[in-house]
Write a protein that binds this ligand. Structure first.
Ligand SMILES: [Zn+2]
Length: 286
């Protein structure tokens, strides 16, 4: 054995053979295509430092970014009937659910947490687009009601982050029934004298847009989010007109009076605290 081989053999015990550079070291921005260190991307709240594109984030990152350190209490997802129609398209719905659960680590597409923002009590519900396109089925409706009930119990505002392709087709009419259901839940909040604040994130559309996404007391949107009831092509072919380029963006909605403000993710926590302060100021003092 040459001296080189013996050194190499000796080294093989101390140098791990596993891959040292994980595949997710870099993040490619969907806005401008720039390659950014994943660590830098996450430290910048998943917003591109070059073009300001706001990436899609799930419940865990959202709670982490918004709530006072150590104040978050994630609510256990409520039980909902699974696959009530025994639905199958190219795959079984039950298998799609299983895959989404493995991929996201969530039970379904909507997660609630109690916590505080600048020491103001709040219940936050976050819809996860990564879970079957954030689609609204019975579990999402159930979680929405859970969030409302938690807010009423805590005498706190309910803040919901929407991100959805719409109703969950695999649950048919049962998914559409979540529209009136969430509307009644919002009325319960109003009856309790509590504010309901919506933060529209990219993308929010379909049945969710037609239900709880547009029923807020205050509507905030993240910059350049796609917000729509139905797609551009469908509208254009129905009304036989060309739509403006920026149609169905946060900025267009703001300009046309459909929402109250467009807020950069880095300012969201402070802005929410201000809005909650305006709406519940006297409760904090009490
Ligand atoms: Zn970018």
């Amino acid at each position: 054995m040459s001296w080189l081989s013996s050194v190499r053999n000796a080294l093989s015990f101390v140098v791990p053979t596993t891959k040292e550079t994980p595949d997710n070291l870099w993040h490619k921005c969907k806005g401008c295509g720039a390659m950014i260190f994943t660590k830098e991307w996450e430290e910048n709240l998943s917003v591109c430092p070059t073009c300001d594109h706001h990436g899609r984030i799930g419940p865990a990152a959202r709670f982490e970014q918004l709530l006072d350190a150590g104040s978050a209490e994630i609510l256990t997802p409520p039980k909902a009937a699974e696959d009530p129609l025994k639905f199958r398209d190219s795959k079984r719905y039950a298998d799609r659910l299983k895959a989404a659960r493995t991929e996201t680590g969530e039970q379904d597409a909507f997660v609630n947490a109690r916590g505080r923002i600048h020491d103001r009590r709040v219940v936050i519900g976050v819809q996860d687009f990564a879970f079957m396109g954030g689609s609204m089925g019975q579990a999402v409706g159930e979680a929405f009601v859970q969030g409302v009930e938690a807010a009423i119990a805590d005498r706190a505002p309910y803040v919901v982050f929407t991100a959805s392709g719409g109703a969950r087709m695999q649950e048919g009419i049962l998914s559409l029934m979540q529209m009136p259901r969430s509307t009644v839940a919002i009325q319960m909040l109003h009856d309790a004298g509590l504010p309901y604040i919506v933060v529209l994130t990219d993308p929010t559309s379909g049945g969710v847009m037609a239900a709880y996404a547009m029923l807020g007391d205050i509507h905030i949107a993240e910059p350049r989010a796609t917000l729509a009831f139905t797609g551009r092509r469908v509208i254009e072919s129905t009304i036989r007109e060309k739509l403006p380029e920026d149609f169905q963006t946060s900025e267009y909605y703001l300009e046309h009076g459909l929402i109250d403000m467009v807020v950069h993710r880095k300012d969201l926590r402070d802005q929410l605290a201000t809005v909650i302060g305006y709406l519940c100021g006297e409760r904090k003092a009490a």
